[in-house]
Design a protein around this ligand. Structure first.
Ligand SMILES: [Zn+2]
Length: 451
């Protein structure tokens, strides 16, 4: 008997049926769909895929994939699957209804945001600096024990900034940053995060156009050095090219916004490529205020309405709201900065720098999960191909979290089932029929909006 099981196991591992099949099998054989692997190039047309035990155990052209005896069969002809998205710059728990507020932050509101992410096919998110207290860490642990669902939460805990620095003037998250004044304080803050088992470290390097003091280079250099000694990656909020260079020099792992004061130069591209520093452009965060002023055509589209209440969409399209958005004195400057952001991400991508997905979603009028989807479209606007933009959102961003973000034999069976092909129109990444985590179809009702 033992030998029979061993032989059967070998037969299954080899991807072919046993001669003496079991009466039934837990394997599921999906066939007929196109598979976007997530590596930026490979598409398997008319594929066959076998999922068993939460993993992909066979994947290839349909004709080459033989189902084990007893497997169930699912015909997905005409559909496309792609890997789960992973977002490296989000905030969770603060945006409830139409308002972002400190008092909204709770276990319940965080879980609701994680459900919204999962609804749009986001498998994991990295919360960049706004998680106060222990709630996020407790949720992370509960997810690992299998007690709660939603996108898998990764957190940097509280980010670092200067005394009175960004984003302490944003009321809702004013209490989140750790305001450091000395190199020793910066190191101590990082040691405490390491003790909390934070997944990385966040540092805000910005003066918000001269409105707040920017953290001194010596302080973030100390923080980055300490973080790297503890094996922690550092994600930096950045705006200026000069700061970006100094951060890269200091050993940062990711720039977590677009450089927008000027077009980047070859020096930065070379530095980032050589040191393996990634770039998370968060185009959708920079574009949001322009989009509301211009009433871009996505506002109120069906995919958005799946998780955003009808009443809020009515507000966002109301005359008063639009007039107010158009009267924003910073709007013209934002347009210029956004145009620079589009140029910079394309230059960095073409220069061989790894591009990641991030959005700043979970802040005012930046909607969790939906904005992750929209970011993919904006990467294509910037000049990436749909397949490259999908690779940024899947493989590249998963790798940053130490996860496997492509579809291949041995990988977790996490994927998004699409009704239409995103390679012909990238907006089809949000034409979602179902989302699978570890081989299981998730309940997408959790992200539901009220009419
Ligand atoms: Zn942010």
């Amino acid at each position: 008997m033992k030998n029979a099981i061993a032989l059967l196991t070998i037969a299954l591992m080899a991807g072919c049926a046993s001669e003496e099949p079991p009466a039934s099998s837990t394997a599921i054989h999906y066939q007929g769909m196109n598979v976007i692997v997530g590596d930026g190039t490979t598409v398997i047309e008319n594929a066959g895929m076998i999922v068993d035990g939460g993993k992909i155990v066979a994947l290839g052209p349909s004709a080459d994939v033989e189902a084990p005896a007893g497997a169930s069969h699912v015909d997905w002809t005409g559909r496309t699957i792609m890997p789960l998205l992973h977002s490296l710059h989000v905030h969770v728990g603060y945006l409830v209804g139409d308002g972002m507020a400190a008092e909204n932050y709770s276990r319940e509101s965080i879980l609701a945001d994680l459900d919204r992410h999962a609804h749009y096919g986001v498998g994991a998110v990295l919360v960049l600096g706004s998680d106060v207290g222990d709630i996020a860490f407790a949720i992370r642990e509960d997810q690992r024990q299998g007690h709660v669902g939603g996108a898998k939460l990764y957190t940097v805990g509280r980010g670092l900034t200067s005394v009175g620095g960004w984003p302490t003037i944003i009321a809702a998250i004013a209490a989140a940053p750790q305001q450091v004044e000395t190199e020793e304080q910066a190191r101590e803050a990082v040691r405490a995060l390491a003790g909390q088992k934070a997944d990385a470290v966040k540092v805000w390097v910005d003066d918000a156009g001269g409105r707040v003091p920017k953290i001194a280079p010596e302080l973030y250099e100390a923080a980055i050095d300490e973080a790297n000694q503890h094996g922690l990656k550092v994600y930096a909020h950045v705006y200026y090219l000069d700061d970006a260079k100094r951060l890269v020099e200091a050993g940062v792992s990711f720039l977590a916004h677009s450089i927008r004061d000027q077009e980047i130069d070859d020096e930065l591209i070379a530095m980032m490529r050589e040191r393996g520093v990634g770039y998370i452009p968060t185009l959708v965060a920079h574009e949001a205020s322009i989009a509301y002023a211009d009433q871009s055509d996505w506002i109120g589209e069906p995919a958005m309405r799946e998780t955003v209440d009808a009443g809020l969409i009515e507000t966002l399209t109301s005359e008063a709201f639009v007039e107010n958005a158009r009267a924003n004195p910073g709007l013209a400057a934002t347009r210029e900065q956004y145009a620079i952001a589009l140029v910079n991400v394309k230059k960095l991508h073409d220069g061989g720098v790894t591009i990641g997905l991030g959005t700043d979603s979970g802040t005012t009028n930046r909607f969790p999960g939906y904005f992750e989807q929209r970011e993919i479209e904006l990467l294509v606007d910037a000049g990436l191909t749909p397949n490259q933009a999908i690779a940024a959102a899947t493989r590249n961003s998963a790798e940053a979290l130490g996860l496997d973000g492509t579809l291949h034999v041995g990988a977790p069976a996490g994927f998004v089932l699409l009704r239409s092909d995103p390679l012909s129109d990238v907006r089809n990444t949000r034409d979602i029929e179902a989302v699978y985590f570890d081989g299981e179809k998730i309940d997408r009702a959790g992200g539901g909006a009220s009419d």
